[in-house]
Ligand binder design. Structure first.
Ligand code: CUK
Ligand code: CUA
Length: 661
């Protein structure tokens, strides 16, 4: 396959050269030229363009080798994108109702969304930042996906058997988060790191009591793989100083059992530009260093299991004093407005960027351990031991302006996003990685311009114990001149970068507009690690419980309407191209339980169910059962109909819902 592509490129480039390079002539008006070289010439494509097109082209009917899960930013959703063709396969409804999936319009998705209530109030959107795939031994296992909602401190669990959200959990003690959802190497915990400090439980406290009352709080959500749910009773939190903890990553290999978060605002700035105080942007950047937070989570787990956490709002919290006394928490200085905290594939080093520092700083886990063992550490204002930077720093590499996040490949290179430079920096890792690449040790190798203002960066399995290389995606915040003008709100720009060669040969292959929100992070998994259902395994499947609904009615002869006083039960069977029953008549004020089961078994034979006037809309995939419950409080004549064009007589797939006054 590879050989074939190469030979096509050779043929095309030879043809191009023969044509004397790109032409400047106008497109052919009378239809497209049929000859490939003529097309390239006509469109002014360079040999590089042609190669990029071939590398990303996926012929009809062929599927891509990689799948990217990207945060959907302030849409609250998750995007599923095939790579390298960069085709969007799916938008998964997570924190925001998603009509296409019937998520949040009466069916089982409503129960999931209810888990995300904040003090009893429905919050039907989220600001998703960091999707994280479940891992086994530090590698993606393709079973689950987790994502945080920065705006409201919530974490969601998505089951990759059917790519749908199964749980949203509200953090009872935090009102915003950021450094989540990051998993430990065997998905023992899904970790939700904090961001902007607030009193625990976000009770009111004036800002002049910031130092005493405001706190950071990191949450270790226990994941029960068998149930596919986070178990809050087995989860715990650690109280932190009110610095703004930021991005986090779990240790692996030698550093398994440890967890690392960068932070900023060790200045304890509280803003108030309107009062003559320095604005946050100045107040939080005064200090030359902030603190890398180093957690011994295995020790914290022991302390929690020994019952040493205090229950606050139902959640066990290890207070700061205990965390210090039990050697759970250490600091190490990090230069100028750090961002990002990324552990190398082998778990030996932690890479931290600096928004206002041109370097990445590399910390050695071995040196951290040695410094902890040696003891004699100074303490910060809150009594947390601080390991001096020169004791733990392995290297610093000057990359350029605004290094943020770092991912890795299989050749011993690291890739760091440079926000201010609008570039991807490829640099070589030293230590045990040195023999994998031609460069001598820690060294900048190439800066590839991207368009523009890159935030996160992601690589094929690039944050696991065994990265794949091949591709990097630059998640650019600005797109400026890359796409047709669609008004003042522009899409973000995902740029696919080819990293197959060593040295300074990275190339941008493709621009992909994301016109629905600003994604932050994304992860890329080998497609064949995912084993989703083709149809639900049994007819009558309850997708929320991932089991058969014992009340599902699967025989059209048993379908119908039953009444018990004011309670009406509708058992409906759904199959091409009719609902049974097709008439449902109730009295105004009746309480209706309406159970719909698709007895379809054929792949892609999905039906919808829209009930006019009652804000009900379901997606009923083959085998699925959905239950809706409502009071028939509007009298009148209503229709229900199928919203998926399922057959030639799809328009006839309707019924009448009559509510007698
Ligand atoms: S953050 Cu957005 S670019 Cu939320 Cu991970 Cu760094
Ligand atoms: Cu069922 Cu259209």
């Amino acid at each position: 396959m590879k050989l074939k592509i190469v030979s096509i490129i050779v043929v095309l480039t030879t043809l191009l050269a023969a044509c004397g390079g790109p032409s400047t002539s106008a497109p052919v008006a009378s239809g497209l030229p049929v000859d490939a070289a003529a097309i390239a010439k006509d469109r002014g494509l360079t040999p590089d363009d042609v190669a990029a097109a071939l590398k990303t082209y996926m012929p009809s009917g062929k599927t891509d080798p990689y799948i990217m899960f990207a945060s959907g930013g302030q849409s609250g959703q998750v995007l599923v994108i095939a790579m390298p063709s960069m085709r969007i396969l799916k938008v998964i409804g997570v924190f925001t109702p998603e009509p296409w999936q019937g998520y949040g319009f009466g069916g089982s998705g409503n129960k999931v969304l209810e888990g995300g209530k904040v003090n009893g109030k429905e919050v039907l959107w989220g600001d998703t930042h960091h999707p994280n795939l479940s891992e086994t031994k530090g590698d993606y296992d393709g079973e689950f996906l987790f994502i945080n909602d920065k705006a409201n401190a919530r974490v969601a669990v998505i089951d990759l058997r059917d790519f749908s959200t199964k749980q949203i959990i509200k953090n009872p003690n935090a009102i915003n988060d950021h450094g989540g959802a990051f998993v430990t190497p065997n998905t023992e915990y899904v970790i939700e790191g904090p961001q902007y400090a607030a009193p625990i439980g976000w009770e009111y406290a004036p800002l002049d009591q910031y130092k005493e009352k405001y706190r950071g709080l990191i949450t270790f959500w226990k994941f029960d793989r068998l149930k596919g749910r986070i178990d809050p009773d087995q989860s715990f939190q650690i109280e932190l100083p009110p610095y703004w903890q930021d991005l986090c990553d779990a240790g692996k290999g030698p550093s398994d059992g440890w967890f690392f978060c960068n932070s900023f605002n060790t200045e304890l700035a509280t803003g108030g530009i309107e009062l003559g105080n320095p604005p946050f942007e100045a107040g939080t950047t005064k200090n030359d260093t902030d603190y890398l937070h180093i957690f011994n989570w295995k020790k914290a787990e022991e302390i929690f299991k020994a019952g040493k956490g205090k229950k606050i709002n139902g959640m066990a919290v290890i207070d700061l004093e205990t965390a210090i006394k039990e050697n759970i928490l250490y600091f190490a200085p990090e230069p100028k407005s750090p961002h990002g905290s990324d552990v190398t594939p082998g778990g030996e080093f932690i890479v931290v960027g600096g928004k206002l520092d041109p370097h990445v700083t590399i910390y050695s886990f071995e040196k951290i351990q040695a410094a902890i063992k040696a003891g004699n550490l100074n303490k910060d204002t809150y009594g947390v031991p601080v390991i001096p930077l020169d004791k733990v720093m392995e290297a610093q590499v000057e990359l350029g302006l605004g290094p943020l996040h770092t991912v890795f490949d299989d050749k011993g290179y690291a890739y760091t996003s440079l926000f201010l430079d609008s570039a991807v920096a490829r640099w070589s890792l030293g230590g045990p990685y040195e023999k994998k690449h031609p460069e001598p040790g820690w060294k900048l190798v190439q800066k590839l311009p991207v368009q523009y203002n890159i935030g996160h960066i992601t690589a094929a399995e690039g944050d696991t114990a065994s990265p794949d290389g091949q591709f990097v995606v630059a998640l650019n915040k600005w797109s400026i001149d890359r796409f047709a003008n669609v008004g003042p709100l522009l899409p973000q720009n995902f740029q696919l970068v080819d990293i197959n060669n060593t040295g300074d040969k990275m190339k941008v292959l493709y621009d992909m507009p994301i016109g629905m929100a600003e994604p932050h992070y994304a992860q890329i998994i080998k497609a064949d690690k995912l084993k989703p259902f083709e149809v639900y395994p049994k007819v009558g499947w309850d997708a929320e419980k991932m089991a058969v609904d014992p009340n599902a009615v699967t025989d059209p002869k048993l379908a119908g309407v039953k009444r018990d006083g004011k309670n009406v039960t509708v058992n409906m069977v759904v199959v091409r191209s009719h609902f049974t029953p097709e008439r449902v008549e109730v009295q105004k004020g009746d309480h209706v339980v309406w159970r719909l089961t698709s007895i379809e078994q054929q792949r892609d034979a999905t039906h919808g169910f829209a009930l006019s006037g009652y804000n009900i809309n379901l997606s009923i995939e083959p085998g699925k059962t959905e239950v809706i419950e409502f009071d028939a409080n509007q009298a009148g004549t209503f229709t229900y109909y199928c919203t998926e064009f399922c057959s030639a007589l799809h328009l006839e797939m309707i019924g009448y819902f009559l509510v007698k006054p």
